[in-house]
Ligand binder design. Structure first.
Ligand code: ZN
Length: 328
């Protein structure tokens, strides 16, 4: 079975049973963080529906012509829609509906999968809504989203919701190592993202490595309460972290450093993001009290809120330095 589906075994079992009993609904919202296997699951359910040699228990064979075409995104009755630029536009939904008003190209069944469904424009959402109210024929829609609260309530109320939990860190770390990522990088990456594709991408990215190095140098200055930290923001930090998503990562890396310190301090060494830096953690752990580490984390979490509300990054980092310098 496909890795992502295997990790969401409860969900695939549920759908397999539903399909066997021929009780599949018309519309589902798959909700969960990036990288939790939502798309894979939608394709898997489609495979199960179209499989020419479906196995006992409702599982697709994964090998017949239909299974192969679905998994390579080439099945005419399984239609996938993704944002065109930043949004899913009304024309895209109209095309989809036109597609569905024809009977299935090869059967009477159709499946459509809308990625990033929260990015539907109001027009697109309303157009979809009409369709969900009066489904024509044997149609099942999967709306995939990382931000369920941004879907129209009227759409949500017509869909059955399925929540996708993140995979456990251990499991993700092993998977990354199997993909050739070094164990130290894998340990860090699973703390930063649940999205395996992104993790692999970062592991091969030189920028990412320099980002980590820069943050570790910044942290060393902060730990020593070295006023140089203030200058470092302008000379070293900002040139590396230019864009907003990069600046968010900078803060996330910093948070990860101090979470590690807190874990180390309280002897929870099995979940470290930087397991290879135990000597430094040991030293830092001796010079900080648990209360001080918690205070640092609080400052960083407050800064994350500022960054989320679009305060300029340089100002956010400068405030971190000022607040931490001030700590007794
Ligand atoms: Zn098959």
């Amino acid at each position: 079975m496909v890795a992502g589906v295997n990790q969401q075994r409860e969900i695939s079992d549920l759908f397999a049973r539903t399909i066997e009993k021929q009780q599949l609904g018309h519309a589902y919202v798959f909700e969960g963080a990036a990288g939790t296997g939502k798309k894979m699951m939608a394709l898997w359910v489609a495979s199960s529906l179209f499989c020419e040699q479906r196995q006992a228990g409702g599982f697709p064979c994964g090998e017949c012509a239909n299974c192969v075409r679905i998994n390579t995104h080439q099945h005419p009755d399984v239609v996938e829609v993704a944002p065109d630029g930043n949004s899913i536009k009304v024309d895209q939904v109209r095309e989809l509906k036109a597609e569905f008003s024809k009977s299935g190209v090869e059967s009477n069944r159709k499946v459509f999968i809308i990625e990033d469904a929260e990015k539907m424009t109001a027009g697109a959402a309303n157009s979809l809504l009409k369709f969900l109210e009066e489904p024509e024929g044997d149609v099942t829609a999967f709306l995939l989203t990382t931000a369920k609260n941004r879907l129209l309530p009227t759409i949500l109320s017509r869909c059955q919701e399925v929540h996708f939990s993140p995979f456990p860190k251990d499991q993700r770390r092993k998977e990354l190592e199997e993909k050739g990522v070094s164990s130290s990088k894998a340990a860090l990456l699973v703390h930063l993202t649940q999205d395996m594709e992104k993790a692999v991408e970062w592991s091969e990215d030189e920028w990412f490595q320099s980002a980590v190095d820069t943050i570790l140098r910044f942290r060393a200055l902060l730990d020593r309460k070295d006023p140089q930290a203030f200058v470092f923001i302008q000379t070293d930090l900002m040139p590396v972290f230019k864009e907003r998503p990069q600046q968010e990562l900078a803060l996330e890396l910093l948070l990860t450093c101090y979470r590690d310190l807190l874990n180390y301090h309280y002897n929870r060494k099995e979940d470290l993001a930087f397991p290879q830096r135990q000597a430094e953690l040991e030293a830092a752990s001796n010079s900080f009290s648990g209360r001080q580490i918690v205070h640092t984390l609080t400052v960083l979490l407050e800064s994350r809120k500022m960054l989320d509300s679009y305060v300029a990054a340089q100002g956010v980092f400068e405030q971190i330095v000022l607040k931490l310098m001030d700590t007794k």
